[in-house]
Write a protein that binds this ligand. Sequence first.
Ligand code: ATP
Length: 196
Amino acid sequence: MNGELAIDVRGMTKRFGDRTVVNDIALQVRTGEIYGFLGPNGSGKTTFIRMLCGLLRADAGSGTCLGHDVITESEIIKRQVGYMTQRFSFWEDLSIAENLDFVARMYDVKNRREAVQRSLEQLGLAGRQKQLAGELSGGWKQRLALAACLIHQPKLLLLDEPTAGVDPKARRDFWEQIHILAGEGLTFLIHHALHG
Ligand SMILES: Nc1ncnc2c1ncn2[C@@H]1O[C@H](COP(=O)(O)OP(=O)(O)OP(=O)(O)O)[C@@H](O)[C@H]1O
C-alpha cells in the first residue's frame, strides 16, 4: 500500500537434526500486500512462517518483520501477528459479540468493549452481534473467525488455507474482505498446500 516493507529477510535457514527444512530463503513483502505461500505438504512453509513471526528460532538468516529484528525482537513481532486456522471454533451458544469478548479476554486486550465494537464493524458483523455463533452459516462463521483474529489489532495476518471447503459465494465475499483490510494496511501471508 505505502511501499514500506512488512517483511524483509534473507538467508533464512532451519535444520531439524541433520535435515535442512528451510534453506537460505529471502523474502520481501510490502505492507498491505497479500502474499501466498504455495508448496507441497512438508516443503517448509509453516517452518518459514514460524521463523518470521518469532515462533521458531532460525539457525541462520537475518532481517525484519513489521520493522523489528526477526532474531532479537521476536516477542514484539509475536504480539503483532494474528492467525486464522482452517479449523476455527467458537462457543456455539454464545453470541457473536460474546465470542469476540471472550477472545479479547484471552489476548488481555485493554479496552475490550471498544475492541469488540471495532472488530464487529470492520467485518460488517455489527447488525448481527446478538446472533448465536452456532446459528451462523459457514461464510458468516468465517467472518467471525476473521473478526476474532483482528481483536488485538495485529499488523500481519496468517491465514491457513482460508477458503478450503467454503462455497463460491462465501469465498468471493471472504477475498473481498481481505482486499479491503489489505487496503487499510494489513499484510497477509496465505498458507496453501498443493495437494495431489
Ligand atoms: N519441530 C520439528 N521437528 C522436526 N521436524 C519438523 C518440525 N517441524 C516441522 N518438521 C518437518 O519439517 C518439514 C517441513 O514442515 P512444514 O510444516 O514447515 O511444511 P509445510 O510446507 O508447512 O507443510 P504443510 O503444507 O503440510 O503444512 C516436514 O518434513 C516436517 O515433518
